[in-house]
Design a protein around this ligand. Sequence first.
Ligand SMILES: Nc1nc2c(c(=O)[nH]1)N[C@H]1C(S)=C(S)[C@@H](COP(=O)(O)OP(=O)(O)OC[C@H]3O[C@@H](n4cnc5c(=O)[nH]c(N)nc54)[C@H](O)[C@@H]3O)O[C@H]1N2
Ligand SMILES: Nc1nc2c(c(=O)[nH]1)N[C@H]1C(S)=C(S)[C@@H](COP(=O)(O)OP(=O)(O)OC[C@H]3O[C@@H](n4cnc5c(=O)[nH]c(N)nc54)[C@H](O)[C@@H]3O)O[C@H]1N2
Ligand code: SF4
Ligand SMILES: [Mo]
Length: 731
Amino acid sequence: MSSNISRRDFLRLAGMAATATAATAAQAALAPEARAAGAVTAPQWESKFGACDMCFNRCGLIARVERGVIKKLDPNPKFTKSRGMLCARGNAGVDQVYDPERIKTPMLRVGNRGEGKWKAIGWDEALDLAASKMKDIAAKYTRCGMLFSAGADTQSQFVHRFAEAFGSYNITSHESLCLLSGNRAFVDTFGDVPLPDVRSSKYVILAGANRMEALVTPDSMDLMTIMREGAKVVVLDPRYTKSAALASEWHAIKPGTDMAFMLALAHVIITEKLYDPKFVAERTSGLDQLAAHVAEMTPAWAEAETGIPAADILRMARELAAAAPAAMVYPGRRSSDYENSTQIRRSFAIVNALLGNWDRPGGLVPARPAGLKKVPFEPPFYDDNPPGRVDAKSVPLLFDDEGSFVITRENIIKGAPYPLKGWFVYKTNPMATAPDRRKTREMIDKLEFMVVVDIAMSDTAWMADLVLPAPSALERQDPVQALQAGAEGACLVWRDPVIPALHQSRPVFEILKTLSVKLGFPEAFDFDIPKYREMQLAALPEAAEILKRDGVYYPPNPPLGGTDGQPFKTPSTKIELYSNRYADLGLDPLPVYASPKASPDAGRKFRLVAGRSACVTQASSTNNALLSEFEPENTLWLNEESAKELGVKQGDVVQVESPAGKGELKALVTPKIRKDTVYMLSGFGTISGKLSHTTGVGASIVELMESRFDAICGNSAIHETFVSVKKKGAA
Ligand SMILES: Nc1nc2c(c(=O)[nH]1)N[C@H]1C(S)=C(S)[C@@H](COP(=O)(O)OP(=O)(O)OC[C@H]3O[C@@H](n4cnc5c(=O)[nH]c(N)nc54)[C@H](O)[C@@H]3O)O[C@H]1N2
Ligand SMILES: Nc1nc2c(c(=O)[nH]1)N[C@H]1C(S)=C(S)[C@@H](COP(=O)(O)OP(=O)(O)OC[C@H]3O[C@@H](n4cnc5c(=O)[nH]c(N)nc54)[C@H](O)[C@@H]3O)O[C@H]1N2
Ligand code: SF4
Ligand SMILES: [Mo]
């Protein structure tokens, strides 16, 4: 909505930005031989394969490099997972490389925490310091006194490996702020996290997923294609998103009521016997209990909860069932919404199971074989360590390898069950992505040492003791990564530098390898990246050559249906409509619906929800100069009737307040959101002194969000906050 430049202008700007901001960087970037010989002798143009890193989709790309300067990024046509697309953020990847605000050298904090006083230091000093601080913490607080957090990245596996070798169980990632409740739900129902085969689907219900802006490849493009071919896409969202605008049908569902909608679908599907009887009898367990559970959950009942007309719910249930198994309740991705998100997502899984849309075209399909080998490693055992993670046993079904960032943070603040005093952060920015920024700050204040490896001075880096500069994905060599694309199968990508790393940046792999020597466990990193790739590809002898030739490799993809007759990885070996495991743990074995709690405070009338823009990645690409042309600041989406009641006009500055914090930003008065809901984009109102596009611009959504989490798995719950809104200066 805020975009006022065309796609063509944008692509031109992307090229120009590379030329302008790269002028000096170009000198540094030239290979030494080229510099010695004079730039004229360097090849004019080179095309090099890469994989985008502006989000986790890792779309295959071709970098056009002229004399050591990246001029343009294009999609790799052989990378069919993204259907030949490189999105706006992907194009703007050039600016991430040549961003003048990039961290250039290791930086040591010299002022108070968060004050922004830094001293540039050399790598030797930086890594000696990191090693000695980590040693001190291990000696004083055991090895579990260090927390390791790594975001979505091909090299994050090395952070996990390092943490294990170092001896800490405390590892978190972006996942407990993102998708764990959805994963929990599907693992506990299907025994696995299935993938949607959107391409062959005839009917898709998108609930709480905005695929036309929150891009997931190939799903986003496939939704467009199937609609052109006559498939139906239904969107349930309290906001009129771009997905809603493009869909066949949109319902402004009341936030927090999706489970009522799904249980009503199950009611219709069961009472009208629209389910797949053979599939349900042979492959699921608990139909009778489910039937009894949803007996009273009629479309009329769900209408009162969701605001969606009963006749529409009835019709959608019938249409969905008629299209099955080439139909789906889209499983979604981010599910860090509510305290009962695991159960909400279980209701999604259950409707899919009734329809028998498993391992068939157009339904949910199992992950396909990728053929990558794990690189083995036996972590040492330290007998003075505490028995488990700092967040262990905090919720009934924590994922042990991911834990819960929100609960870990709470326990660090409390110092219980044991003190945790050091933090190694790689490529994740919890100061901007974990709900309740003041709590993250409070946690950081308890630490004795914090080191952040990032490309930019994120708000998290801004709080650190030591900041280490990372190269972008266009400047480094990465291991092989397997990506899944529904029925199309897995594909493999890797990265080689398209230009030498700028400034003094060093990949986290090198940082960890050096630290592993200094800390006395060099065997954990007893390889370089080429050797590591070789080990990963041991079972795919032809893959390396094809990766070099095409920039992507497709392993053999067996046809769908391979799991027919096979047990599911659940305790009963069936899809569990009813979960005995949940019953044994004292959890509801079927998703039990309760109306969402009203605001505890009459003054705080609006539920605050989060969501994506196609031109912003999470909370951290907002400082990209090209992308900020599209999203220069965030605004508060406020329904026009609510605005009228509050006396707020288009563009007025409003004050938003919650028990966690407050913020000021301009109002976007719009019919595109429910009266009881407000929305703002994440990634603004930053505090870092080195994010000039976002610091002091708009408001921070994490300043407003309360610290809540899913009761079953500890995933953050970022839609549980009610806020008050008033015009600035109004009483
Ligand atoms: N351009 C872009 N693409 C991305 C990303 C990005 O940052 N930018 N991030 C990637 C990542 S990590 C993820 S996890 C995915 C996230 O992609 P999605 O899973 O699609 O998540 P969101 O964009 O957060 O969309 C959630 C939608 O739910 C709506 N909503 C809020 N409350 C409710 C409710 O109670 N019920 C229903 N039915 N809807 C509700 C919100 O208004 C919002 O539009 O996107 C991925 N793709
Ligand atoms: N308010 C709010 N909170 C959210 C969400 C939301 O929509 N709104 N979404 C949630 C979801 S779904 C997710 S997945 C999480 C994501 O949460 P985060 O993992 O924190 O994601 P980003 O905001 O993308 O932060 C990525 C960090 O990596 C840095 N970076 C980028 N490229 C490189 C590189 O090549 N090397 C290194 N070392 N660093 C690099 C960036 O500068 C940035 O600091 O946030 C969750 N929290
Ligand atoms: S969806 Fe866009 S940002 Fe994400 S990897 Fe693909 S091109 Fe890059
Ligand atoms: Mo995410």
